[in-house]
Ligand binder design. Structure first.
Ligand code: ZN
Length: 201
């Protein structure tokens, strides 16, 4: 069984500890909404509920882009809002978000972008990158310019390429198994559905 440890660049150990201490990163045997099983469950909101941790972790994104020319930070709702707001606060830039209406992300609430405006896209977790790709399209449709993408956790297993500079504070490979192939089931480890009572199979 290869349940590889998350990729951990130097200096990122503290982030992993914060994730574990806040319960954002759980290790065990989990039933995912997809029906697959995993040895890791991650819920970014659990760490972002603490502003001091949001400041520290989002600080890695703002540090990374501090010398990039940025006018505005944009994020997809809901998960990305706190990240975008905190990164924008640290960079002292405007912060806006796109939200889903009829399944499509768009700018509402009077938010807008100007032609040529330089925009940093922020998100909490990237798995397939779908929401970020949608936000990139919004920025381009306004004639504004994407200068980079910053996100806290890369769960894409290295597969997502936004075609712009991209930076994640940590990579946590998403490993999941069908029930039939799950090594944790074979070991008889109790299956847990995150966010609910423990269930047994
Ligand atoms: Zn299992």
């Amino acid at each position: 069984m290869n349940l590889s440890e998350p990729y951990l660049p130097a200096g990122r150990k503290e982030i992993l500890e914060i994730f574990e201490n806040t319960g954002a990163l759980l290790r065990g045997h989990f039933l995912l909404t997809s029906g697959h099983h995993s040895n890791v469950y991650f819920q970014c909101a659990k760490v972002l509920q603490y502003p001091e941790y949001a400041e520290k972790i989002c600080g890695l994104i703002s540090d990374h882009y501090h010398s990039t020319e940025i006018d505005t930070v944009i994020a997809p709702a809901i998960g990305g809002i706190i990240v975008g707001q905190e990164v924008a606060r640290q960079l002292n830039k405007r912060s806006i978000f796109a939200e889903r209406e009829d399944k499509t992300l768009s700018l509402r609430r009077g938010f807008s972008l100007e032609k040529g405006e330089k925009v940093l896209v922020c998100e909490d977790v990237v798995t397939t990158g779908g929401s970020v790709f949608e936000v990139i399209d919004i920025v381009k449709n306004y004639g504004a310019e994407v200068v980079g993408v910053g996100y806290i956790v890369d769960r894409s297993n290295g597969k997502v390429n936004f075609s712009y500079p991209q930076f994640s504070t940590i990579k946590l490979d998403a490993i999941s198994f069908s029930q039939e192939e799950c090594p944790l089931c074979k070991e008889g480890i109790e299956l847990v559905k995150p966010g609910s009572r423990k269930i047994k199979i």
